[in-house]
Design a protein around this ligand. Structure first.
Ligand code: NAI
Ligand code: MG
Length: 334
């Protein structure tokens, strides 16, 4: 049995986490769920979006599966997602986007994995007003050699381990010469240590265009925090939307698994949310825990349902069903 801290999250969180728990149970995954609270729900209930108890539980059990957390826009508290990634030094944010059978999308051969540096960049949110009138704001981006080296090595090692032939480093070193320039130079330095992996670098604006024109040219992509955030939503769009892409936040000692998407307030409470994204995140978790057979079994069941029973699936991918008819169809396959 593996102890896994389980955070339901906000918005569509309760629906998709329930569906995922149901599917993992049907597959016989040996997980002992340890419930914990975080996000807007915790803030409303306890006046604290990240109770100490939650941090202690993650620290103790090392692995967490987390529903999306709502972060107030503009003012309010700091993102709990970002806080957790930094607190546990979850420096690799791994976001695969792969074309799936049965899904109507303009592309059929996308198979890319984005490695997003998860602790630095502009995402540290170190901002300040320059003037009293609050007409002039500044934001600091941080890039260090140490953090860049570890994410870039992680990307190359992942490529080798999973049979991907290419790694692309994405940057804006023509303009942000120090921060993303440092990141690029380190990637260039490290690439020759992996002679069996083809390396190239791409400037981020061109990358956005390349991804929507010829996404099949990319295998593993490694980039800084904000670019990785944006490009991973783009990659989700290439394979059928945010309802379909999972993600892992991995450090040396802890790991937290969550969907790429957020709390989707526009569809919350309506059973419209696609549980696949969080389910795929939970399969990354099972692989991380060494439960490869269970992970494969669930993956096969999902592909089967997408291929032969799309009607049972959620509306975002052309289904006529809801979160739970989809989950039930997967459980039936299992
Ligand atoms: P979002 O990812 O929640 O939603 C974007 C669009 O995708 C919406 O139209 C939504 O309905 C759709 N969508 C997302 N997940 C879906 C699913 N599973 N099935 C079907 N459709 C789905 O992004 P948005 O609206 O920008 O952010 C909402 C909140 O989520 C914000 O408070 C934001 O801070 C938070 N957020 C949290 C994340 C996390 O917990 N890791 C990641 C991204 C955003
Ligand atoms: Mg994002």
């Amino acid at each position: 049995m593996h102890n896994v801290v389980f955070i339901t999250g906000d918005g569509i969180g309760p629906e998709i986490t329930q569906a995922v728990q149901q599917i993992l149970k049907a597959a016989g995954a040996p997980i002992n769920w340890i419930p914990a609270k975080a996000g807007m729900g915790a803030y409303r209930e306890l006046g604290n979006p990240l109770p100490d108890e939650t941090v202690e539980l993650i620290d103790k059990h090392k692995v967490a599966l987390k529903g999306p957390l709502e972060t107030p826009v503009g003012g309010g508290f700091r993102s709990i997602n970002v806080t957790l990634r930094q607190r546990f030094n979850l420096y690799s944010n791994i976001r695969p986007a792969k074309s799936l059978p049965g899904i109507n999308s303009p592309f059929t051969h996308v198979d890319m994995v984005i490695f997003r540096e998860n602790t630095q960049g502009l995402y540290i949110g170190q901002e300040r007003w320059v003037d009293k009138e609050e007409h002039h704001a500044e934001s600091i981006a941080v890039v260090t050699r140490e953090a860049s080296e570890r994410i870039i090595h992680a990307a190359f090692q992942y490529a080798q381990k999973h049979g991907y032939k290419k790694v692309a480093a994405v940057h804006k070193a023509n303009i942000l010469k120090l921060t993303t320039g440092l990141f690029l130079n380190i990637a260039r330095e490290i690439a020759p240590q992996y002679p069996d992996v083809e390396f190239r670098d791409v400037i981020v604006d061109n990358m956005a265009m390349q991804m929507v024109m010829r996404p099949e040219q990319f295998d593993v992509v490694v980039t800084t925090n904000l670019f990785g955030d944006i490009l991973s939503d783009l990659a989700s769009g290439l394979v059928g939307g945010l309802g379909l892409t999972g993600s892992a936040n991995i450090g040396d000692k802890h790991a937290m698994f969550e969907a790429v998407h957020g709390s989707a307030p526009d569809i919350a409470g309506q059973k419209k949310a696609n549980p696949s994204a969080l389910l795929f995140s939970s399969l990354m978790m099972l692989d991380y825990l060494g439960e490869h057979e269970t992970s494969k079994k669930i993956h096969a069941a999902v592909l089967d349902v997408l291929k032969y029973n799309l009607d049972a699936c959620t509306p975002d991918i052309g289904g006529k069903g809801d979160t739970f008819t989809y989950a039930d169809a997967i459980c039936l396959k299992l």
